[in-house]
Design a protein around this ligand. Structure first.
Ligand SMILES: Nc1ncnc2c1ncn2[C@@H]1O[C@H](COP(=O)(O)OP(=O)(O)O)[C@@H](O)[C@H]1O
Ligand SMILES: [Mg+2]
Length: 463
C-alpha cells in the first residue's frame, strides 16, 4: 500500500474547440478548480501532449485541420493517452453521431449549447471515475507484485524441499548400498578364506606330487614298465602339465588376491573401520604410499613434493592411509604415459587443519564424470581396473574425521584433489589404563568419549 504525504495538485483539463467563445467559457468555468489548457483544433491539442498529459479532455467534433473524431482516434491509439477520459461536445445530436462518439472510445457526450451544471457534473464524475480507475490499477499492480513475490518464495521453498527430498533419497540409497556392500563382503569373506587355505594346501600337495614324479623318474626301472610309463606320460602330456602347474597356481593366487582387495574395499566402504586411532605423520604417510605405488614406474611420471612442517593428526590411521593410496592411485591412473604429480601439504594454524593437495597433469574429468565421481561404484576405468569405490571411501573417511574434500578438474588438463583434515578429529586414542572407567557393572567405558560416536566407528562390524 502507498504511504507518505500526497500532494494534491490541480487536475489538468484540455479543452479543444474552434469556437473562442466556448473556450473562454471553459476557462472561466473550471479555472478555479482545475488547470485548464485550451486549443482551437485536434492537431494543436495533440501536439501539446508531448509536453503535458491531461487528466481529462473535452473536445468539439467539427473543427478545422483535425476534427474531433480524428483527434479521438489518435488519442486511443496512443499508449500515453488511451486511458484519458475523452468527452465530446457537439451540436450534432443524431443517434448515429452520438453512437459514433462512444465507438471512438469517448466516455461521454455533451450536447451544445452547453449547460453549465451538466458539464461541471460530468467532468467531476469522469475525473473521479478515472482517479478511482487509476487507484485500482495501482493497487492491482501492487497486488500482482506481492503475488509474484509470494510465488517466488513458494517456488524457492519448494525447490529447497525438493533438494532435501533428493538428499534424503540419496542418503537412503547410500545407506542401502553400504549395508549391501558390507553384507556381500562378509558373505564372500568366509568362502574366500576356505578357497585361500584350500589353495595353499593344494599347492603344497601338488609340489609333493611333482617331487614324487621327479623322484620316480630318476629310478632305474624294468624296461617294460619304463616303456609303458613313457607311453602314458606322452599320451597324457604329463611334462607339459608339470611345467604349467606352477604358473596356473600363480594366476589363481593373483585372482584371489584381487578378490581379497575388492572385499577389503567393500568392507571399508560399508562400515567404519575398527582399526586403531593413532597419531599420524601425514608427510611420512605420503612418502610411504608413494614408495608402494611407484615401486615400479612404468609410465614416465615425475613426482613433485612440497611438504610443510605438520603436526601429527589424530585419526584412524588405516582409513587415512587408505585415502592417500586411493587418491595417489587415481592420479597415477589418470596419466597415460607422461606427466607430473604434485603433492603439497600445509598447516592452517588458525583452524588447526592440515591441507593436502594432490595435483596431476592427467586426463582430467568431464563435468559429468566429476558430478558422479564420489558415487559408489562409479568408474570410467576398464573392467578389472577400477571398482569405483576409491573416492567414495575417501570422502566417507575424510568426513568421518570432520574434514572435507574438494576436486577441481579440467578435461585434458588435469585434476587437483584438496583435503582439509582437522588435527584433532574428535576421535579418541586407544585408551591408556588411566583413561578407562570401569564403573558400571564390568562394562568398560572410555572417559570423555561420546558413546554414540564410539558406536559409530563399530557399526557393521559383524565379524
Ligand atoms: N585424478 C583423477 N583424474 C581423472 N579422473 C579421476 C581422478 N580421480 C578419479 N577420477 C574419476 O573418478 C572415477 C571414480 O574414482 P574412484 O572412486 O577412485 O574409482 P576407480 O578409481 O575405481 O574408478 C574414476 O573412474 C575416474 O573416472
Ligand atoms: Mg580409484
Amino acid at each position: 500500500m502507498k504511504t507518505g504525504i500526497m500532494i494534491k495538485t490541480k487536475n489538468i483539463i484540455f479543452a479543444v474547440d474552434d469556437d473562442p467563445f466556448v473556450l473562454k467559457f471553459f476557462k472561466a468555468l473550471f479555472e478555479e478548480e482545475y488547470q485548464v489548457h485550451i486549443f482551437t483544433n485536434g492537431q494543436e491539442a495533440y501536439n501539446h501532449l508531448d509536453h503535458l498529459l491531461p487528466d481529462i479532455i473535452l473536445s468539439d467534433i467539427m473543427m478545422p485541420l483535425m476534427n474531433g473524431f480524428q483527434f479521438g482516434k489518435l488519442l486511443k491509439n496512443d499508449e500515453r493517452t488511451k486511458d484519458i477520459p475523452l468527452i465530446y461536445l457537439s451540436a450534432l445530436d443524431t443517434a448515429t453521431n452520438i453512437s459514433k462518439c462512444f465507438d471512438m472510445g469517448a466516455v461521454d457526450y455533451i450536447m451544445k449549447p452547453i449547460d453549465y451544471n451538466v458539464v461541471r457534473a460530468r467532468v467531476n464524475l469522469h475525473l473521479s471515475l478515472s482517479n478511482l480507475q487509476k487507484e485500482l490499477s495501482e493497487n492491482n499492480l501492487l497486488l500482482q507484485q506481492e503475488r509474484d513475490k509470494l510465488e517466488q518464495r513458494v517456488e524457492e521453498k519448494t525447490a529447497t524441499l525438493r533438494e532435501k527430498d533428493i538428499q534424503l533419497i540419496e542418503m537412503d540409497r547410500l545407506v542401502s548400498t553400504y549395508t549391501l556392500a558390507a553384507g556381500i563382503a562378509h558373505e564372500i569373506n568366509t568362502p574366500l578364506g576356505i578357497v585361500k587355505s584350500g589353495l595353499f594346501a593344494l599347492k603344497k600337495g601338488f609340489q609333493t606330487l611333482i617331487n614324487a614324479i621327479q623322484y620316480w623318474e630318476t629310478i632305474e626301472l624294468p624296461e617294460l614298465i619304463q616303456t609303458n610309463y613313457k607311453t602314458f606320460s606322452d599320451n597324457s602330456q604329463l611334462d607339459a602339465h608339470l611345467r604349467t602347474i606352477p604358473g596356473r597356481f600363480n594366476r589363481i593366487e593373483r585372482g584371489i588376491q584381487r578378490i581379497s582387495n575388492i572385499v577389503l574395499q567393500f568392507q571399508s566402504f560399508g562400515r567404519f573401520e575398527t582399526g586403531s586411532i593413532a597419531s599420524l605423520d601425514i608427510n611420512q604417510s605420503i612418502e610411504e604410499t608413494l614408495s608402494i605405488l611407484f615401486k615400479t614406474n612404468s609410465k614416465n611420471i615425475s613426482i613433485n613434493k612440497s611438504f610443510s612442517k605438520l603436526p601429527t593428526v589424530e585419526c584412524l590411521s588405516n582409513d587415512i592411509n587408505q585415502c592417500l593410496l586411493q587418491l595417489l592411485r587415481n592420479a597415477k591412473d589418470a596419466i597415460t604415459d607422461k606427466g607430473t604429480i604434485t603433492i603439497s601439504t600445509s598447516y592452517d594454524e588458525s583452524h588447526e587443519h592440515i591441507l593436502i593437495s594432490i595435483e596431476d597433469t592427467g586426463k582430467g574429468m568431464s563435468k559429468e564424470t566429476l558430478r558422479q565421481a564420489f558415487h559408489p561404484f562409479f568408474t570410467t576405468k576398464d573392467i578389472g581396473e577400477g571398482t569405483g569405490l576409491g573416492l567414495t571411501i575417501t570422502e566417507k573417511a575424510v568426513k568421518s574425521h570432520g574434514g572435507s574434500i574438494k576436486i577441481d578438474s579440467e578435461i585434458e588438463k588435469g585434476t587437483n584433489v584438496m583435503i582439509r583434515l582437522p588435527v584433532h578429529s574428535g576421535l579418541a586414542k586407544t585408551p591408556d589404563s588411566k583413561d578407562i572407567d570401569t564403573r558400571g557393572g564390568g562394562g568398560v567405558l572410555w572417559k570423555g568419549i561420546d558413546p554414540r560416536k564410539l558406536s559409530m566407528y563399530y557399526i557393521g562390524n559383524r565379524s
